[in-house]
Design a protein around this ligand. Sequence first.
Ligand SMILES: NC(=O)c1ccc[n+]([C@@H]2O[C@H](COP(=O)([O-])OP(=O)(O)OC[C@H]3O[C@@H](n4cnc5c(N)ncnc54)[C@H](OP(=O)(O)O)[C@@H]3O)[C@@H](O)[C@H]2O)c1
Length: 245
Amino acid sequence: MNIKGSVVLVTGANRGIGKAFVQALSDAGASRIYATARNVDSLKEIVAIDSKKIIPLGLDITNPEQIAQIAEIAQDVNLLINNAGVLGTGGFFSPSSIEIARWEMETNYFGGLYMIQAFAPILKRNGGGAIANILSLASFVNVPMFGSYCASKAAFHSLTQGVRAELAPQGTLVVGVYPGTVDTDMGEKVPLDKVSPSEIAVFTLQAIEQGIEDINPDPMSQQVIASIKQDAKAVEKQFATLLPN
Ligand SMILES: NC(=O)c1ccc[n+]([C@@H]2O[C@H](COP(=O)([O-])OP(=O)(O)OC[C@H]3O[C@@H](n4cnc5c(N)ncnc54)[C@H](OP(=O)(O)O)[C@@H]3O)[C@@H](O)[C@H]2O)c1
């Protein structure tokens, strides 16, 4: 997969890691970038990065009809970046815990699945291409202060493995990206050291070019994964101290 000359669709492109992906893709020579967000007006600053290459589109990833319309427009995509996501807090026993868990699953799991189902045939027609699912270290260890978010990211991680196997015959590279804590609006809710979203985006694009399936794009991600391999129970106990308020 070469980023130079690629045609890419990014979900949740108006801010945070999604915005950093658009900038990094433009810098790396992608030929067309469909920058999508729920509110198309929130993409003005993003389009200004390179108005010739960046096409703004309104897209809510929990809306399959809208996804089908976008797939009709973006028939030339060969890299899909499933970045959009949500995080609620309060733990499994707050009054709104079920509502929050359903919202996270609908966005972080089903949203990704809807997008992959719509774009898999397009990627196939365009030679295979690649899908990058922005997961999290939370796919591997539960952080109780946002426990149901972790469950949704664990589900999306499992989906990533299954989709990788199912799409292998059509030559689609399916990668999972497992950041630690990143300095974005979402990251503000997490009381840990953070890296910049651009570090995540640049590292991920280079790893996709190398065909790496499991991407650990920052030092925290690399350290925690190494610790899990040594002693997963100790890592569980470490994160178990981050309880809901
Ligand atoms: N920040 C971290 O520490 C961290 C760590 C690991 C993984 N991640 C993952 O990285 C991804 C990006 O997160 P971020 O840190 O950049 O968070 P962010 O700044 O809160 O941005 C989240 C993005 O997702 C979009 N979004 C939410 N629901 C959507 C929906 N139904 N349809 C379309 N777009 C939707 C948001 O759009 P609106 O502006 O319309 O709300 C926004 O563009 C997420 O999948 C997150 O789980 C983040």
